[in-house]
Design a protein around this ligand. Sequence first.
Ligand SMILES: Cc1cc2nc3c(=O)[nH]c(=O)nc-3n(C[C@H](O)[C@H](O)[C@H](O)COP(=O)(O)OP(=O)(O)OC[C@H]3O[C@@H](n4cnc5c(N)ncnc54)[C@H](O)[C@@H]3O)c2cc1C
Length: 238
Amino acid sequence: MMSPCSSHALASTLPAGTIQLESTVTSIKQTEDEVTIELETGWSQAFTHVIMAIPPRLVSRISFHPELSETTKSKLADTPPWMAGQAKVLAVYDRPFWRDSGQSGQGMSWAGVLQEIHDASQPGGLAALFGFFRLSAAERLVFDQDELNRRVVDQLVRLFGEEARQPREVIYVDWSSDRHTATVQDGVPLTDFPVYEPIALDTAWEGRLSLAGTETDSLFGGHIEGALRAAERVVEQL
Ligand SMILES: Cc1cc2nc3c(=O)[nH]c(=O)nc-3n(C[C@H](O)[C@H](O)[C@H](O)COP(=O)(O)OP(=O)(O)OC[C@H]3O[C@@H](n4cnc5c(N)ncnc54)[C@H](O)[C@@H]3O)c2cc1C
């Protein structure tokens, strides 16, 4: 979920071929001195150590040999990813017309479909209003995409005037339906910020398998900074 620019900058420092995109790990098996990962496609490769950097709840979709203990499985299942039930919408305009009347483009609402709105215009480029939803994943599903977009635009018109009526485009991305981010459980909105901390895997996997990812960082868990800190922590432990 990093911006394409920051992902590319990080990736460019790695030797060619290190990153394999569109590769879903389905199985992790331990042999005497190696760990073999297998992808959905059937491709497999052995490594001396494997670091998983995925939301803890998604670990249950991978089969392990030896199997993870029930205690570890419960701990993973009880650690929700932050904001995975969220969706973002971007209404794109030719120009930031709201600024003509001195409006910032920022808004907070407890009435419309969007709760938090920001001016996401690019300097010298297209203008846009961006919003996070007040509606939960289940509430969003009640509407088809056209109806949801219409409600978004209606709210922007109420806040910023009639010029908001005709966006060039409305772009909607819903993480709650992204199988590589969220589970069904994550559609239920979190009422409190979760307590995140490193998750130790079973002793049978010690020295072979680790879990990084933002949800294992006790200081900035849930945020990008937490993912970076977790990566450093796990690498230092190798
Ligand atoms: C809507 C939204 C808004 C956010 N806004 C902010 C913000 O403003 N600031 C901020 O700091 N953070 C924000 N976050 C949180 C931030 O995106 C996360 O903290 C960060 O992406 C976590 O990084 P990560 O590397 O731990 O995991 P992820 O970014 O979730 O990366 C995990 C990767 O593993 C892949 N994966 C999953 N399962 C498998 C598998 N079986 N095999 C192979 N690959 C797999 C996924 O495709 C994904 O690429 C936001 C999150 C959301 C959903």
